[in-house]
Structure formats: structure tokens, C-alpha cells
Design a protein. Structure first.
Length: 337
């Protein structure tokens, strides 16, 4: 349960809207506090985490600096919450960014796994939803339409954990309403990047391999769509079955051919340089990252506009050929299910 909460109204200065700052913390009844906590934290479903960064020094990151002051001295909560709101107001450079309420919340001694850690939440509401108010009026009822904040999903949220301060803390970040500006919340306001952890390495290793199989491999080698599908299936199964990724092991079990291995290593190097990232050659595999990324590994052969063949397993049970009627695939199976 949170111990401190304040709300400000942050408009879009480009559209002539104002910034309205609260001078006191909100005082909530217990039932309202529980509803708000569920609303604030309900959108954090991904295990993907981030950290603050700066092009110069971390202290020059506005939000990092403010939350650091609050973690060090909770008496500065109101002052620094006001600074956070002012910063959000100033970074709005796009007229499509919607104004809304900004909640700054302090979660004290909140349990995270087996440990207790303080957290600071920054939540912004933007969308308004219509709702009906019905009240007795004499011997009938009166119905009135109004607009309010729905409690199903927060528009924008950041949850900062009071650990790993030296590398920019650990954050969970959500933006469910980008307003046509994908940089406003992550980059312009928070200035965060994905943490260099097992989730990141698992996700990036899978994506670089997918790009290699679907884009580069057909350019260098004679491979059919069925072969590509087989490579994709083997790779995702490798990540599902192993607890740790080792590039040499992956190469020998999935890529197999030494020429393909060399080609992939070259592609990976170019990918890292282009994306300015470094994918480790050994790391613990994140099950959550595999689950999220596997939806991009669709082993489908599309035949004109008539058929789709979904391949989930044994490549040897799929054959292709050509006769007087045209090209064909043969599928071998033991039984229908």
C-alpha cells in the first residue's frame, strides 16, 4: 500500500493548456486507496525493465535526480513531485499529446519477491470515458451522462525501484496511449533505455536470429521456405528447452553447418554495430522473453492465396515437387487429430 500520494494537472503548453500544482498530499479513504493501487499497478504485466540514462551524467536526468532526492529523504516528496510535474509540462513538444492528471505515489517497504523495497510510481491519466449516473427523482429516476477516468487501464505509468541507483535504478514502464508521439513518455520525459539483463539478451538474440533466417540466409544459401520454417522451429525450441544460452552450443545444435555458422556470426556482428547493442554469447534464458518473442516466429508457408501450411515439427515429413499440374507439397502423418 502506498504511504504518500499527490496529484497535479499537467496540460499541453503547445495547446495553451496550463500546469496546476497541488500544495498538499491527497488524503484518501481506505477503499479508494485500494482501488487506486489496483488501477496504478494493474498495467505492469511485462518483465521487461528499464533504467534511467543521460547523454552526460545521470544526475542531469531530471526524473532520476528527483526520485533520488525522494528516496534519500521522504520529506522532499512534495517538492520533488512538483519538479517532476514541471518537467513533464516542459517536454510536451507535440500538440497531439493529451493533458491529464499526474499522480506521484510513494510505496514504502513494498514486497518484491523475497525482499522489501521502496518504490516511486509516476502515473498519468489522459483519456476520458463516458459513463451514466442514475439517481432517484421523485417516483422515477434521473439519468445523466458524464465523462470520467476509467479504472481498467492506466494511460502512462512508470514504477521506479529503489535499487541499482548507480546504473539508473530499475524501472517498469508502460505507455498505453502514445497520442501519435512514441518518444514523449519514454525518451523526452523519463529518458530510459532497456536494461542490459537476461530478458534483454534473450529477446535480442531471438530477434537477430529471426532476421538472419528470414532475410540473410536465403540470400547466401539455397534454402526453401520449409527449411526456413525448420530453422525457426529449432531455434525457438532451443530457447524453450535450455536454461542458459551458449552461442557455441546454439550454433552446433541449430545452425549445424559451418558455413551457415560463419554467416550468422558475421550477420550478428553487423546487427550489433547497426543497433549499437551488444548481445552476450552466454546468458541465462528469460522464459518471459521467450514467451513474448515467440509470436514473431511464425513458421508458415503461404501458397498463392489458396493455402497456408503451418509447420510445428519434423521437417522430414514435408516434401515438395512439381508435375504437369504445378508445384506441390506432400505432408506425411501418422493420424489425424
Amino acid at each position: 500500500m502506498f504511504s504518500k500520494i499527490v496529484v497535479h494537472r499537467v496540460g499541453n503548453k503547445i495547446n495553451g493548456e496550463s500546469l496546476i500544482l497541488s500544495q498538499e498530499e491527497l488524503q484518501l479513504e481506505e477503499g479508494m486507496a485500494e482501488s487506486l493501487e489496483d488501477y496504478f499497478l494493474g498495467s505492469f504485466k511485462s518483465e521487461e525493465t528499464f533504467n534511467f540514462y543521460s547523454d552526460t551524467y545521470l544526475v542531469n536526468n531530471h526524473v532520476f535526480s528527483s526520485v533520488s532526492e525522494i528516496f534519500d529523504d521522504k520529506a522532499k516528496f512534495l517538492w520533488e513531485a512538483e519538479n517532476i510535474a514541471k518537467h513533464l509540462f516542459e517536454v510536451a513538444e507535440n500538440p497531439r499529446v493529451m493533458g491529464g492528471e499526474l499522480f506521484i505515489v510513494y510505496f514504502e517497504d513494498d514486497r518484491e519477491g523475497d525482499e522489501k523495497v521502496d518504490k516511486i510510481g509516476i502515473f498519468k491519466t489522459e483519456k476520458r470515458e463516458p459513463f451514466l449516473k442514475i439517481a432517484p427523482q421523485g417516483e422515477s429516476f434521473e439519468i445523466e451522462k458524464d465523462l470520467g477516468i476509467g479504472l481498467s487501464k492506466i494511460d502512462k505509468a512508470a514504477l521506479i525501484y529503489n535499487n541499482h541507483k548507480e546504473t539508473g535504478y530499475v524501472l517498469s514502464v508502460v505507455d498505453n496511449n502514445k497520442n501519435g508521439d512514441m518518444y514523449y513518455w519514454f525518451e523526452d520525459f523519463l529518458k530510459v533505455k532497456q536494461r542490459d539483463d537476461e530478458y534483454f539478451h534473450t529477446q535480442e538474440a531471438l530477434m537477430v536470429y529471426k532476421d538472419y533466417i528470414t532475410k540473410q540466409l536465403p540470400q547466401e544459401f539455397e534454402v526453401s521456405k520449409a527449411d526456413q520454417a525448420d530453422f525457426l522451429n529449432k531455434s525457438i525450441n532451443f530457447f524453450k528447452e535450455k536454461e542458459e544460452f551458449k552461442l557455441d552450443e546454439f550454433a552446433s545444435e541449430v545452425l549445424v553447418d559451418e558455413h551457415v555458422i560463419e554467416s550468422f556470426n558475421n550477420f550478428k556482428t553487423d546487427y550489433e554495430q547497426d543497433m549499437q547493442i551488444n548481445i552476450a554469447e552466454e546468458f541465462p534464458i528469460s522464459e518471459a522473453a521467450v514467451k513474448k518473442t515467440q509470436r514473431h516466429f511464425k513458421s508458415i508457408i503461404k501458397l498463392d492465396k489458396n493455402f497456408h501450411i503451418y509447420i510445428h515439427g519434423d521437417r522430414q515429413k514435408l516434401a515438395t515437387g512439381e508435375d504437369e499440374k504445378g508445384k506441390y507439397y506432400m505432408l506425411y502423418f501418422d493420424k489425424e487429430v
